[in-house]
Design a protein. Structure first.
Length: 335
């Protein structure tokens, strides 16, 4: 047992070192530009892939890198549940909450269909669909171990959604002026279309505080959909015909059980306040570390060769998500 642990240390240390470099780069962005255009999570996978592409990852690091890409990622997803409370979300009104949930489901179905029509593999189409429709990189990271996605597929999905996420943040405030949206409409639209919570803040804050508040709330509802979606994917895998023969732990991964348990405890105020911030920080760090490990397993040249179809899928899916979001606003008569 000890020997196995020792074999993991070099790869874990390398993944942690790449993560540390990504964090420093993010802080450098903030110091220079006032905001981080690329978060440490994205920088970690880009740096890891750069290391893999321009240098040779030592064989002694391979086991630890694989461990970081899988087990560390699963632990990070579980801890994410401590950051989500269903209570504050439910208080805002069932029609909006139900509409957001339905919109997420429709967006996943639309994005997946687009990906398959463009001949993306099943796993890649699922990753792009969930990333676009729920919460970008975090959703991709959560879904990947459930569908047994390959590292190169995860890296490609994250790379393209990350770039497009930055574009959306820059374009949305301009769109507000063109369409003449009310603060409430714009906040809901931003919360429905922007990938990450920090990006929602960056896109909504320049418009108004009302947009910022409702946008953040809507985004949290989308994040809340991560648990049910991942659980659904675990139950309805492509190998569903053999599902009855699979162990329960394979159908309902331990980290999803942990995610839902922590979310439930947070929602009923059963988690001590003192653990909330450390859990949030740990989840973010571990996610970045797992992304660094994924990057260390992927040659960037392979991503570039497969990029055209992924880019087209992400762009078309985002347009579809925007249309679905606008339809939700119109259907609910939000002004």
């Amino acid at each position: 047992m000890n020997d196995k642990i020792f074999t993991l240390i070099p790869g874990i240390a390398l993944s942690a070192a790449v993560t540390g470099a990504a964090v420093l780069l993010e802080r450098g962005e903030t110091a220079l530009f006032g905001r981080a255009w690329l978060e440490s999570l994205v920088l970690a996978i880009l740096l890891g892939s750069l290391v893999r592409t321009v240098a040779t990852v030592p064989a002694a690091c391979e086991a630890g890198v694989r461990f970081s890409a899988k087990v560390v990622l699963e632990l990070a997803v579980m801890l994410l549940g401590a950051s989500i409370s269903a209570g504050a979300i439910a208080a805002h009104g069932l029609p909006l909450l139900g509409g957001i949930a339905l919109s997420v489901v429709l967006a996943i179905a639309f994005s997946y269909t687009v990906g398959r029509l463009l001949r993306l593999p099943h796993e890649m189409a699922v990753l792009v669909a969930c990333g676009n429709s729920i919460c970008g990189n975090s959703a991709i990271a959560a879904v990947a171990p459930v569908i047994d996605a390959q590292g190169k597929d995860v890296a490609s999905s994250i790379a393209f959604t990350a770039v497009l996420g930055v574009v959306v943040v820059l374009v949305l405030p301009l769109l507000d002026r063109v369409l003449g949206l009310t603060p409430l409409q714009y906040g809901i639209f931003a919360g429905m279309t922007v990938y990450a919570v920090p990006q929602v803040l960056a896109a909504a804050a320049p418009v108004s505080q009302a947009s910022l508040h409702i946008g953040t709330l809507v985004k949290l509802v989308r994040v809340l959909m991560l648990g049910p979606v991942v659980l659904g994917l675990a139950l309805f895998r492509r190998d569903g015909a053999r599902r009855g023969a699979l162990p329960l732990a394979h159908l309902v991964p331990w980290f999803i059980v942990g995610f839902l348990a922590l979310m439930t405890l947070r929602s009923v105020d059963a988690l001590p306040a003192v653990v909330l911030e450390p859990a949030h920080v740990a989840s973010g760090w571990l996610t970045s570390m797992s992304m660094a490990a994924l990057g260390l397993g992927v040659d960037a040249r392979a991503i570039l060769r497969a990029g055209g179809k992924v880019t087209a899928t992400v762009v078309v899916s985002l347009v579809g998500l925007g249309a679905i979001s606008w339809g939700l606003i119109a259907l609910l008569g939000i002004r």
